[in-house]
Design a protein around this ligand. Structure first.
Ligand code: SF4
Length: 706
């Protein structure tokens, strides 16, 4: 049976599971051998046996010597963290939470979750916040990830599923445009689908300020100015309309709002768009004609276009283009978002987000509150209202009338949050910081209490990949002594707070309850069971009694808006919050590299990955570097209005002359997020990680600290 644990003839146990890292959630097999665990290939329908470097080395973390196996407690403000018993740590946290809530009210306690938490944990944590703590303040680091695409998907199509089609549809698309995404480095096994598309005669176009490996593999690379994505999309639509490439029948039958968009893009002439984006008008024409004459086409966006103060608008501008060309709701066509984190999709479906209840229900809806409250056995009126999105939550830390205690589960915001020095200062003002983590991450090191918790292969649970396919992860080995699962910690803490009856520590029990809570919602899991997932290599949501097979392809007949039509919205280009100027003349953009994942709390501990890429660096065009008398490999200071990072310069002709790139996986002197801005998209509240005005300064070798 797919997904099962198999004992072979020579008594070798082989456990079918999934990678702990990104949203592709590649299938893999774990083979425990004495003191180590090996990763073996698994022919799962998405990755088809492929894994990236991170996946192949993922098991190294399971036996890592710096693994936390006992709770840590700071027994005084000026004291170091030291070992404590579980009882002492839990009693300390429960007593502190009680005192803080009695003094400042329930909302003085906040929770910040991670996009890698399983569906069971995400659901349970959302319930814990609203039922056990009765606080409105819970959000998760998916806010930094897919939030803009999620809002755009809801507005345009009525539902947010990263991809509304399976990745096996990709090879059938005649033309594909990827905007601000680099799967060749971030999701390498996904590239086999794009390679199959090209092998079948398809065309791949990539819009990115860097000539990434993905862009280098494309037929056409649009090396746009950072922050000009919306203008690019409007310009392409302008050409498509003038050249009569739009699908008027599709627009009339399946959409609403086109005339306002038609007027809106009329001023985005190719020469104007060339000035804004830096993309030659001839390339704009070529792109519009390729997309407009194709029978099937897809557009994918990722963080490059989404992590901007115009992130929602950028995505909508591209959905406008696709809808006008009639490339949605048809086979091998449509818009998709490359979700980033392992369970970024499931986390936002089941209550980790400040405004959402399980099943994509809304805290602002009377009917939604009533449904979920009935499943939870509480009064709907007792559920809190929507809470603060992440950056507002962070701004409230330690403030009068704000949040006095924060529990961080499965996240490392000291490295991954923008303007990270400000966050460090805010965390220091808290009365209580609790962190659950298998390792002493940079955030855990600042905590008052650290709970040592299990890793992915030591517990069972489900995740939902970028396609909306719900997957089952099986426990492959027992956790070290002294370690507990996140669900067990929630149960123990809820019990200590007198509300243990609301929380189960059994993943299967939590998943069954999640199914009931999501029933009737957009992300309906009520027809999904662990056995069904294993038998069918994953189940696409929605899946309920009426749709027992799940729905791999959404929108074939109608969109999920009230009238069944997809919506156009006019989008005006406005540019990023911070533009280069005389003082800070360059664009700084940040992103991921092949060998590391997110804040690096895991991958920086994997020797093989760390040896390959041990330090932060800044990618700079050689001509830009030469004008600043900076040599390849020299230490430099990268400076913005938030502060300074120090790292080595790495020459690259793949980057624009006016742009710098830093990976965001590193802590300390090379931390990219020391430099990034707190400015957010007004709707999705995603920070503008992708653009900051910066300058590059040669560092005195003696003062540079690697
Ligand atoms: S592509 Fe993503 S899920 Fe697959 S092995 Fe790499 S990190 Fe893991």
């Amino acid at each position: 049976m797919p997904g099962s644990s198999v004992v072979t003839a020579d008594a070798e146990v082989r456990v079918a599971t999934h990678c702990p890292y990104c949203a592709l959630q590649c299938g893999m097999t774990l083979v425990p051998r004495g003191d180590s665990v090996e990763v073996a290939a698994r022919n799962f329908p998405t990755n088809r046996g492929g894994l990236c470097r991170k996946g192949w080395t993922a098991a190294a973390l399971l036996r890592k010597v710096d693994r936390l196996t006992t709770p840590l407690l700071r027994r005084g403000a000026d004291q170091a963290l030291s070992p404590a018993s579980w009882q002492e740590a839990l009693d300390f946290v429960a007593a502190s939470l009680r005192t803080i809530q009695q003094s400042y009210g329930p909302n003085a306690v906040g929770i910040y979750g991670g996009g890698g938490l399983t569906n069971e944990k995400a659901y349970a944590l959302g319930k814990f916040a609203r039922v056990v703590l009765r606080t409105k303040n819970i959000d998760y680091n998916g806010r930094f990830c897919m939030a803009s695409a999620a809002v755009a998907n809801q507005r345009v199509f009525g539902v947010d599923r990263g991809l509304p089609f399976p990745i096996s549809d990709i090879p059938g698309a005649e033309v594909i445009l990827i905007v601000g995404g680099n799967p060749a480095e971030t999701m390498p096994p996904l590239m086999q689908y794009f390679e199959a598309q090209r092998a079948a005669g398809g065309k791949l176009i990539v819009a990115d300020p860097r000539r990434t490996p993905t862009a280098a593999s494309a037929h056409l690379h649009l090396q746009l100015t950072p922050g000009s994505d919306g203008a690019l999309a409007n310009g392409l639509l302008n050409i498509a309309i003038r050249e009569k490439l739009i699908d008027e029948a599709f627009i009339a039958e399946r959409t609403s709002g086109f005339s306002a968009v038609q007027k809106n893009v009329a001023s985005y002439w190719p020469d104007r768009v060339e000035r804004i984006t830096g993309v030659p008008a001839a390339s704009l024409l070529q792109t519009a004609r390729l997309l407009g004459t194709a029978k099937t086409a897809m557009v994918f966006s990722a963080r490059g276009a989404e992590q901007q103060t115009r992130g929602v608008d950028n995505v909508i501008a591209f959905t406008n283009l696709l809808l006008a060309l009639g490339h949605v709701g048809k086979p091998s066509s449509g818009y998709g978002c490359f979700t980033g984190q392992g369970n970024g999709q499931g986390g936002r479906e089941h209550g980790l987000k400040a405004d959402q209840l399980p099943g994509y229900r809304k805290l602002s809806s009377v009917a939604d509150r009533a449904h979920v409250a009935a499943v939870w056995g509480v009064e709907a009126d007792d559920l809190p209202p929507p809470g603060l999105p992440t950056m507002e939550l962070f701004d409230a830390l330690g403030e009068r009338g704000g949040v006095r205690a924060l529990w961080v589960m499965g996240a490392n915001p000291v490295v991954s949050a923008p303007n990270a020095k400000t966050l460090e200062a805010r965390l220091a003002k808290l009365d209580l910081l609790v962190v659950s983590d298998p390792f002493l991450s940079e955030t855990a090191a600042l905590a008052d209490v650290v709970f040592p918790v299990t890793q992915w292969a030591e517990e069972e649970g489900t995740t939902t990949n970028l396609e909306g396919r719900v997957l089952y992860r099986r426990a492959a080995l027992a956790p070290p002594l002294g370690v507990r699962t996140d669900l067990e910690v929630m149960k123990l803490l809820a019990t200590a707070l007198g509300r243990g009856q609301h929380v189960s520590s059994e993943p299967s029990v939590v998943f069954e309850e999640l199914g009931r809570a999501s029933a009737g919602g957009k992300a309906d899991y009520s027809g999904i069971t662990y056995a069904k997932i294993q038998a069918e290599d994953g189940v696409f949501w929605p899946c309920d009694a009426a749709r027992p097979d799940g729905i791999p392809r959404l929108f074939a007949d109608r969109f999920w808006t009230p009238d069944g039509r997809a919506r156009f919205f006019p989008v005006e280009y406005r540019g990023p919050a911070e533009q280069p100027d005389q003082e800070y003349p360059l664009y700084l953009t940040t992103g991921r590299i092949m060998g590391h994942y997110q804040s690096g709390a895991q991958t920086r501990r994997v020797d093989e990955l760390n040896v390959a890429e041990p330090l932060a660096f800044v990618e700079v065009h050689p001509d830009t570097a030469a004008s600043l008398r900076i040599k390849d490999g020299a230490f430099v200071h990268v400076e913005t209005r938030r502060g300074r990072a120090t790292c080595k310069a790495r020459y690259s002709r793949a980057i624009r002359l006016d742009t710098l790139f830093m990976p965001f996986h590193f802590a300390g002197e090379g931390r990219a997020n020391t430099l990034t801005t707190s400015a957010v998209d007004p709707v999705s509240k995603i920070p503008e990680f992708k653009i900051a005005a910066a300058r590059l300064v040669p560092a005195n070798e003696r003062e540079a600290k690697p």
